[in-house]
Design a binder for this molecule. Structure first.
Ligand SMILES: [Mg+2]
Length: 133
């Protein structure tokens, strides 16, 4: 991973490389709740998600699966990702459950809601909530 360090600040990714944080349940496969872990073994990946995310990986982007699955479900998750050929750098468990996410950070953050089609990103004008200037 190419990081750029400046004057005692957090490092930044170089160039156009993105840190993709990608949900699992309901985004790259069926929406499986933590209460039904047996379904996590047999669920099927969404083919367009697998193809698109692996292409992003091959292009040099950082792929992190960021999931509300708990730590005890991490190995099941890793085995499933590996079995289906997902390429990734990391898996982070413990994302808060319940949706309605609003991420606040000193780094640039973009968010994209998955609505059933996993494609490359396109630009659209939308209204977002920001802090006052
Ligand atoms: Mg989800």
């Amino acid at each position: 991973m190419e990081l750029e360090y400046k004057d005692h600040l957090s490092p930044m990714l170089k160039g156009d490389i993105k840190n993709y944080l990608i949900d699992i349940d309901g985004t790259i496969t069926d929406d499986v709740p933590n209460e039904e872990p047996e379904r996590m073994v047999d669920c099927i990946p969404y083919p367009d998600a697998l193809e698109t995310i692996n292409r992003w990986y091959d292009q040099g982007h950082i792929i992190c699966y960021f999931t509300s699955r708990t730590e005890n479900l991490k190995q099941i998750t890793i085995d499933w990702l590996d079995k289906h050929g997902f390429k990734y750098h990391s898996v982070l468990c413990g994302k808060p459950r319940g949706g309605n996410y609003h991420w606040i950070d000193n780094h640039l953050v973009k968010a994209t809601r998955y609505k059933g089609k996993f494609t490359d990103m396109v630009e659209k004008q939308v209204t977002i909530e920001v802090f006052e200037d």
